[in-house]
Every structure is written in C-alpha cells, then in structure tokens.
Design a protein around this ligand. Structure first.
Ligand SMILES: [Fe+2]
Ligand SMILES: [Fe+2]
Length: 384
C-alpha cells in the first residue's frame, strides 16, 4: 500500500496482503461504493458487493482474481441496496449451494426481500465470529443505529483490518482509493445526516478505539491508513450528528444531489495558497457549489467579468493585484458590482473590517476557517 501511488482503478487493487478493492470508479461521482474481496487460500469472502448498477464491473474485477466457486461467503453488513442489491446476481454467477450470506439475523429478515436463495450464516447465532478453513477468524461487531439498528462491521484478526461498512464513509469529490489530508471533513458531510446521534456514534467509536488496527476499509469514501486512524476515530467520537447536529434538513442531506448542475451556485475562490484553495474547493464542492478559481487579483477581476459568479471569496494578500485592489475594480464595474465579495483574511483585527468594507467587501471570513461559520455566511448571502 502506498498512499501516493497512482492506482489503476479499472482493475482490482490489492490494498493489503490478499485483500482487494473491487469497486467501480467514476471520477465524476461524489458517492463511491467500495466492495472488498478477501482471498484466503482456496476460500474467498466478498464484503458488501454493491448495487445492481455496479454489478458488471464489480463481478469482472472479482472474477479476475478468484473463480466463482471460491467465494464461500458474502458478508452483508446491513440491508441497504447500495451494498446488497447485487446479491441475487452474484448467486447466478456463483454456485449458491456453496455460498453463504453472512449477516445479522435482524438484517437477514430484510435482505430476504432481495430474493436471495442462499443459506444465511447469522453472526448473532454464531458468537459473532466466522472461522475460515485456514483457521483465520473474522469477528463481527455490532454498531447499533450506525446507521441500521443491527448494523455490523467485520474485523479481520490476521491483517488487523476493519471492514467498516457505512462507518468512516465519506462523500468524495476527486475520490482517491486512500484517504488524504482533510478526510475528516469529507466524513463529516456523510455522517452528520446518516448516523442517529452523537451518543450512538461516540459509543461505537469507543469500541473501535480498542481494536488493533492497520487499516480501515469503508464502504464509501477512501481507505484509512494506520497513521490516520486515531484522528478519524477521535473526530467521529465527538461529531454532532443526526438528532444532535442541530442542522437544517437541507444541511443534513445537502450532499444528495437533487438540482441540475446549472442550477447550482457558482463561487469564485481567489487564493494564491494551493492548500487553502484545495480546502475551500473541497468544502464548497461537497456542499453543492460549483467553484471557479483564480490565484491572483488580476485573474479574479477577469473571471468575475467573464463568469459572473454568484459570490467571490477573496484572499487579501495576492500577487500582481492584491485582494482589496481587485475588490475595488470589481465593485467599480457596473457589470460585476452586484456580485457579493467576502474577504478571506488571517489578520482580521481592529480596523481591518472597516478597510474591507470601504474597499467594497460585503463581509469577511477569518482564517483558520470555522467551516460551519463559513458555510453559514455563504448560504445566507446566496439565499438573499
Ligand atoms: Fe447504509
Ligand atoms: Fe452504504
């Protein structure tokens, strides 16, 4: 595993010894589903195979590694269609006299409605563990109401890997197989409207923190490598989510695309620091906005005129033309003067606010960003 390596997503990817990512990849998609295949000698276990729409690609990748008869178990961590609707298609490809569906009995009642004929291996009737022929033990942990009442995750003792299903999932513009810096914010967007409450999530995270983990393999988002695991667990442990999020319905479910792309608001980000630009791009894209980018003041003035964005986020210290000068020019041009501008500044101290307002800025946001405050201001001005 190498985080910076570029992988060929058209093929299965071995993420650690004998464990493969076998998902389908669409660079435009915000919501990725990740099935995984564990190969253990003659036996193979498939986790959360996915929906009907991804089936042909997932099946191609799976059967490029194992023969259908090798798949002895298909683990379905809960009953959602994005992880198990393809199970009946798999049964056609695999001799289902051989194959068992591994699930919690409460999920199995619902999974049955997909028309599955295979025998179930019910984890709650089998001490929450499954021993493979080689002696390798898979353990199952319940994650109550995260998000299904009887949702489970799987811990592979040998590789110290957690197949975490919806937990640790993320919404991912510019998806990559391995999680990168800023992954917490991507998880926040997913968990906030998906998990029942902070108490439920926090309890589950306390349990996850006791596991000896090398890697977390979520069903959505990206794989979390060892060094990022404690930070991700801590982040989710205290995340206000579900009933505790105190967000509007729109904020809770904002990442679910409902409008057409051309109905989305366009925001011009003017920022010469690549890291800050990326952070803003990620936050705004995840929140459903389309971003336009300029890395100096002159380009900002040109793009404001050409693209007529709905809002401009303007860094103050910029090359060629600084943010205040660029703001003055944009506000002096009748073609662009009505576009609201927020100054982005690391040093909003006494007197600065007046300078920004005098130059024509409608408001300012201080760095480091408080994401909730930033999105609140953006949303308010765009609604007005
Ligand atoms: Fe789910
Ligand atoms: Fe899911």
């Amino acid at each position: 595993m190498d985080k910076n390596h570029s992988y060929n997503y058209a093929e299965a990817v071995e993420v650690t010894r004998g464990i493969y990512w076998v998902g389908s990849h669409d660079p435009k998609e915000l919501f990725h589903c990740n099935p995984y295949l564990l190969v253990d000698g003659e036996e193979a276990v498939l986790f959360d195979p996915g929906g009907v729409t991804d089936y042909s690609e997932v099946a191609r990748k799976v059967f490029s590694i194992v023969k259908p008869a090798q798949i002895r178990y298909v683990v379905l961590h809960h009953q959602d269609p994005d992880l198990c609707a393809s199970a009946p298609l798999l049964e056609e490809a695999i001799d289902h006299g051989q194959m068992k569906i591994v699930a919690h009995s409460r999920a199995s009642v619902l999974i049955g409605y997909y028309g599955i004929e295979s025998e179930f291996y019910l984890v709650d009737k089998n001490h929450y563990s499954l021993t493979l022929k080689s002696g390798r033990i898979l353990r199952f942990l319940t994650t109550p109401f995260c998000h299904f009442p009887a949702a489970i995750v799987t811990y592979d003792e040998r590789e110290k890997v957690l197949f975490s299903s919806d937990l640790f999932g993320a919404i991912s513009p510019g998806w990559s197989l391995f999680a990168k810096e800023g992954y917490e914010e991507r998880m926040r967007v997913f968990h906030v409207g998906y998990m029942a409450s902070t108490r439920h999530l926090s309890k589950v995270m306390e349990r996850m923190a006791t596991l000896d983990l090398e890697m977390i393999l979520p069903q959505h988002g990206s794989i979390i490598p060892k060094e990022m695991i404690p930070g991700c667990i801590d982040f989710l442990k205290s995340l206000p989510c579900g009933i505790d999020a105190q967000e509007t319905e729109e904020e809770l479910y904002g990442w679910i695309r409902v409008g057409k792309a051309d109905e989305k608001k366009h925001i011009l980000i003017v920022e010469d620091n690549g890291k800050s630009m990326k952070l803003l791009r990620d936050i705004l894209t995840i929140s459903g906005y389309v971003t336009i980018e300029a890395d100096d003041g002159r380009k900002a003035v040109e793009l404001a005129k050409e693209k007529k964005p709905d809002l401009i986020l303007m860094d103050i210290q910029l090359p060629i033309l600084d943010g205040l000068e660029a703001t003055k020019l944009i506000k002096a041009d009748p073609a662009t003067q009505n576009i609201p501008i927020f100054a982005l500044t690391a040093f909003a101290m006494g007197g600065d606010r007046e300078r920004f307002i005098q130059a024509g800025c409608d408001d300012y946001v201080s760095k480091p960003y408080n994401i909730g405050e930033l999105l609140g201001k953006v949303k308010n001005i765009l609604a007005g």
